[in-house]
Design a protein around this ligand. Structure first.
Ligand code: CP
Ligand code: NVA
Length: 343
């Protein structure tokens, strides 16, 4: 490789938030994910990261993100190493900056799931290797790659579709959907009580992108207005990791549950409508939390009814699988020295 040869616009870059990427870049990663999914299904090896070491830092728990990064790294020929909150010092007895320097000297890439977005930024600044945000309180960018990959798989396109997120409109997933849709030209509706509308800052970022892409954004507490014309109805837990205000959220968000009545309000033909959820979901009482909520508040379902979750509209498990293919695309593009012209 000649010294000044730049293989692609991704090489060496961190993925901390969607706002740092153009529509063309995000679309490339989505399409590359679809391609890698096809390779995997056809048993075609794709060891783009042979010999690389990947650190997986998790301050918060995870099923999908951890599994996706682990299997994606192995499929790419890399070695993943899980470092949980109980395993390393991060922030407790060693600063994030010092941790970054140590990890960067041994690992070729770092995944970080935690609370503060600033920790992801410090890791990226001081490690010298790509850092991939596996969820912070503010953003969930790897979720977005899988989500819009799933949308493209189902509709064959992105631009002009309408995705409605109903629930806690100021959580990480809502923030990411609003901004990513705005970049990609997907109309985004956020339907939530006024108290949980996205912050002015997040709305401002999204509006800036929407002006360029033509995406129509709607933030409303009115279900009829918000649901109308939706192709994708999306929800997430009412209480995110790091929060514990169940009583307040159950009160505020019960009218914003995704149920069959809410889906009907879309007015969208059946073959043009899907339901998505990043998971985990509270759609029955088969969890400790679910049982506890039933005991305290007398409800057996929260953000989505079991009827919708098990309906013909539901795509949440395809979406979960796509976490792996899209994370693989992101890691290969940012670390694999691939030749990717014209993005
Ligand atoms: N959707 C998602 O991030 O799932 P996990 O919390 O299980 O990683
Ligand atoms: N908003 C949720 C997403 C989980 C994938 C949380 O942060 O807990």
């Amino acid at each position: 490789m000649t010294k000044d040869f730049k293989q692609n616009v991704f090489q060496g870059r961190s993925v901390l938030a969607e706002k740092d990427f153009t529509a063309a870049e995000l679309e490339y990663l989505i399409d590359f994910g679809l391609h890698l999914k096809a390779l995997k299904k056809a048993n075609v090896p794709h060891h783009y990261l042979e010999g690389k070491n990947i650190a997986l830092l998790f301050e918060k728990s995870s099923t999908r993100t951890r599994s996706a990064f682990t299997t994606a790294a192995i499929d790419l020929g890399a070695h993943p190493e899980y470092l949980g909150s109980g395993d390393i010092q991060l922030g407790k007895k060693e600063s994030t900056s010092d941790t970054a320097k140590v990890l960067g000297s041994m690992f070729d890439g770092i995944e970080f799931r935690g609370f503060k977005q600033s920790d992801a930024e410090i890791l990226a600044r001081d490690s010298g290797v790509p850092v991939w945000n596996g969820l912070t309180d503010e953003w969930h960018p790897t979720q977005m790659l899988a989500d819009f990959m799933t949308v493209k798989e189902n509709f064959g396109k992105l631009q002009g579709l309408t995705l409605t997120f109903m629930g806690d409109g100021r959580n990480n997933v809502a923030n990411s959907l609003l901004v990513t849709g705005a970049i990609l030209g997907v109309n985004i509706h956020i339907v939530s009580p006024k108290e949980l509308f996205p912050t002015d800052e997040i709305q401002g970022i999204a509006k800036g992108f929407a002006e360029k892409s033509g995406a129509k954004l709607l933030i409303t507490d009115d279900l009829d207005e918000g649901m109308k014309g939706s192709n994708i109805v999306y929800t997430d837990v009412w209480v995110s990791m790091g929060e514990s205000n169940w009583e307040e959220r159950v009160k505020l968000l019960t009218p914003y549950q995704v149920n069959m009545e809410a889906l009907k309000k879309t007015g969208t033909p059946d073959d043009q409508l899907i339901f998505m959820h990043c998971l985990p979901a509270f759609h029955n009482t088969e969890t400790e939390y679910g049982k506890d909520i039933e005991k305290k508040y007398g409800i057996t379902e929260m953000e989505v009814t079991d009827e919708v979750f098990t309906s013909k509209y539901a795509r949440q498990f395809e979406e979960a699988e796509n976490r792996m293919h899209s994370i693989k695309a992101m890691m290969a593009a940012t670390l694999g020295n691939l030749f990717i012209p014209r993005v």
